[in-house]
Design a protein around this ligand. Structure first.
Ligand code: ADP
Ligand code: MG
Length: 739
């Protein structure tokens, strides 16, 4: 907004609400800000504002780049004013008054010298000195948008200054910076200009590398963007395709790559037990399975097994679309650890999922003579105490559970492997907490005998406080390659890019809500054919209570419409034990139609369910729809997913439905989703301290790749430049990368 630099007077005092003295918290932040900001000539008040923008040093000011520009290099005749297009005009004040209709405002009548065109200026908030400046005869230079008002052409809250005939015009475009409340463009411009005089913008990118990548020197790029030469048009600048922007975007991506790779290297420095397996148990498990591993599963398993044998912690992400079979790979890894005499833990985000994992692992592993411990928040105290005892003593080698696994009083005897399923559902802290269960800080009694399986030294204590267990995270959120390259640069990634054979792809149908009764008929048919169905209730984001009510109503309707079938209901408000009872009944086909809210979104595996109905599918996000659809098509039966939608459909809603209808590949869906939504939402999925990008976008795969390669080269050959580069760009954000 052009008015951004006109100082806004304080808002009118509301009766009864005094301008309070700054609270203790404000004073504290102001003090922190003043202490943190080291920029010459900055008052504490300004320091506080700059701090809020993440600006602490001259270098930060220099890299605080314009959002856009305003053209004050020329005057536009009023006759040429275009609606919606801000421009600079020059007029002379004829008369200024304070009007009261419809509310108090300053009204200034002006006329353009030469043409005689008139223009009305209106200010809803104004200072007395502004009123005084706009005296008759004053020459005013204005920047803003002319629109036609009731009394002819007018400008509301234009940015203006009083000039003389010979006041020169700006010689380059005026930058408009991202700012915060109470910090005007004029002040920012002044401090950026001053900082640019003082700051050292010498290149951190080695010259040879810079030349090879045909990148502009950084100093030149920064100066160009703050003060673009007249040869650059506004349109070109704002497209961000010019060499100066490319250099900035590259540097930012490079900083991200460097910090992620360093975080990776730092974690690799830690010690971890080499898990040397006998291979006996894993082979037994493979022999007992009713299926063969897919090629992708075998590859991933080999990569994981190789990592586990290293004396430093594995940091691997196992990525695979829903239904690609991650659980068995996790089970193999846990067995591998058990063979080597170490415990492992598998943490899942919901009780339903944890319970399902437990069931599977127990079914697979108990026949091999291994017991699996089980921990959740809703467990009875007595059961929990028993499990805790077994985990602490090492009587059990494998533990499965929810967040309950990371509660303070849970002690492992010697955890060598920590697995987190659906990792995007956990925060950094939680993942870290699980890992810490396996460091040398535990207090097991060393005189205790080793657990019955395997034979090697079980104590992690030998590794000291700098030890870490091996870590495997699993995710079914497929993310496009450039994003993976960028946001998972601190992890090794194994991808399950192949689904187990024998699955018939899920047929997706788009059906208007008006034909709901036909869909109910299909559900009936499916159940008569021996199958089961999910019926997912509409998502109501605004109100959980409303969502619950809808779920209940859907349940009642369907029960009435399908009187000969057993209909069940599961939603987020049920107690975990109640949820488990329903899920178990569904698994045993005692419930044939499961009405559910999105609690079944992640991981639920009931192969006999072959029909999924999603009501008001237009309200769901793409990855959610994909996850939900992934609940069917898990057995060999022909499966279908019916997306019921209600009109009117918004533009993006219909695009989403089209994408999910046309695609089954999670990666392709993710790619199109990225285009639809931009990377912001994907970043949220990682929930970690991955440095945010201010200027770069990840759509530019080539630039991301170049940055990644340059990062490798710099870490190897120019370690001093690496530190300088990270400090220049990340402003301390790299501290958040510890997890
Ligand atoms: P996800 O990757 O979504 O966690 P799961 O591990 O739940 O997938 O596996 C989905 C289903 O596929 C399970 O029923 C599992 O037993 C089965 N499965 C896993 N691997 C194979 C395979 N190689 N062949 C056939 N079925 C498999
Ligand atoms: Mg899973």
């Amino acid at each position: 907004m052009p008015s951004s630099s006109s100082p806004k007077p304080p808002a009118a005092k509301k009766p009864g609400k005094q301008a309070a003295a700054p609270s203790r918290r404000d004073t504290a932040t102001a003090a922190t800000a003043t202490a943190a900001v080291s920029i010459p000539g900055v008052t504490p008040l300004l320091a506080d504002k700059l701090f809020r923008l993440g600006i602490r040093r001259d270098e930060d000011l220099a890299l605080h780049l314009p959002l856009r520009y305003e053209d004050e290099t020329r005057l536009t005749p009023l006759a040429d004013a275009l609606p919606g297009l801000p421009a600079q005009y020059q007029v002379e004040v004829v008369h200024t008054e304070v009007g009261f209709r419809p509310r108090r405002q300053l009204i200034c009548h002006t006329q353009e010298p030469g043409s005689g065109e008139t223009l009305l200026l209106r200010f809803l908030n104004f200072y007395p000195n502004q009123q005084k400046a706009l005296e008759p005869g004053a020459l005013v230079r204005l920047y803003g948008e002319v629109r036609s008002g009731f009394f002819g052409s007018e400008m509301v809250h234009p940015r203006f200054r009083i000039v003389r005939e010979d006041t020169p015009l700006a010689d380059s475009l005026t930058p408009v910076y991202p700012t915060t409340a109470g910090l005007g463009q004029g002040t920012l411009q002044k401090h950026v200009r001053a900082a640019l005089e003082r700051v050292d913008l010498s290149d951190t990118l080695p010259e040879a590398l810079r030349k090879k990548l045909k990148l502009m020197p950084l100093a030149e790029a920064v100066h160009t963007l703050h003060h673009p030469p007249p040869s650059l048009s506004m349109a070109t600048l704002e497209e961000r395709g010019i060499p100066a922007w490319t250099r900035i975007r590259f540097d930012e991506l490079l900083a991200q790559q460097l910090s992620l790779r360093l975080a990776y290297a730092a974690r690799r420095e830690k010690g971890a037990p080499r898990l040397l397996p006998t291979g006996v148990l894993t082979q037994k498990l493979l022999d007992s399975l009713p299926f063969q591993l897919t090629g992708a599963q075998r590859r991933a398993w080999q990569e994981i097994a190789a990592d586990l044998g290293q004396p430093h912690p594995m940091q691997r992400l196992l990525q695979g679309d829903v239904g690609s079979g991650k659980t068995i790979v996790a089970a193999l890894a846990m067995l591998h650890a058990a063979e080597a005499g170490y415990q492992s833990a598998l943490m899942a985000p919901t009780e339903i999922l944890a319970e399902q994992h437990y069931r599977k692992l127990a079914a697979w592993l108990e026949p091999l003579g291994l017991s699996v411990a089980w921990l959740t928040g809703s467990q009875k105290k007595k059961d929990k105490a028993l499990m805790m005892e077994r985990i602490a003593s090492g009587a059990t080698m494998l533990a499965v559970g929810t967040h309950a696994l990371i509660e303070e009083d849970i002690q492992f005897r010697n955890m060598g492997l920590a697995i987190v399923d659906e990792q995007h559902r956990f925060g950094v802290r939680q993942r870290l907490a699980l890992r810490q269960k396996g460091t040398g800080e535990r207090q097991a009694d060393p005189s205790e005998p080793s657990p019955p399986v395997g034979g090697s030294e079980p104590g992690l204590r030998a590794w000291g406080a700098n030890a870490s267990p091996h870590q495997l995270t699993m995710s079914a959120t497929p993310i496009p390659r450039t994003l993976a390259m960028s946001f998972y640069a601190d992890l090794d990634v194994s991808a399950l890019d192949e689904l187990p054979p024998g699955r018939t792809p899920v047929v997706t149908k788009l059906v208007s809500e008006t034909r709901r009764h036909e869909v109910v008929g299909r559900v009936h048919d499916a159940v008569l054919a021996g199958r089961q169905a999910y019926w997912v209730c509409p998502l109501i984001e605004e109100s959980e209570a409303l969502q619950l009510k809808t779920a209940q109503e859907t349940y009642e309707h369907l029960s009435a419409e399908l009187p000969d079938l057993k209909v069940g209901l599961v939603h987020g408000r049920l107690k975990p034990t109640e949820k488990a009872i329903v899920m178990e009944a569904f698994l045993r086909n005692e419930i044939q139609v499961l009405v559910a809210t999105t609690v079944i979104e992640v991981g639920v595996d009931v192969p006999n369910a072959s029909l999924m109905v999603i009501e008001h599918a237009e309200r769901f996000g793409l990855s959610q729809l994909h996850q939900l659809r992934g609940r069917v098509g898990r057995g060999t039966a022909e499966s279908a997913c019916v997306l019921l939608f209600a009109r009117p459909l918004s533009e993006t809603a219909s695009q989403r439905l089209k994408i999910i209808y046309e695609n089954t590949d999670g990666f392709e869906i993710a790619r199109q989703d990225l285009q639809l939504r931009g990377p912001g939402e994907f970043i949220g999925a990682r929930q970690s301290g991955v440095p945010m990008l201010r200027y770069a976008t990840l759509e530019d795969a080539q630039l991301v790749e170049q940055a990644r390669d340059a990062a490798e080269a710099m870490i190897q050959h120019h370690p001093e430049a690496v530190q300088r580069h990270i400090q220049r760009w990340l402003r301390g954000a790299e501290e958040m990368l510890k997890a």
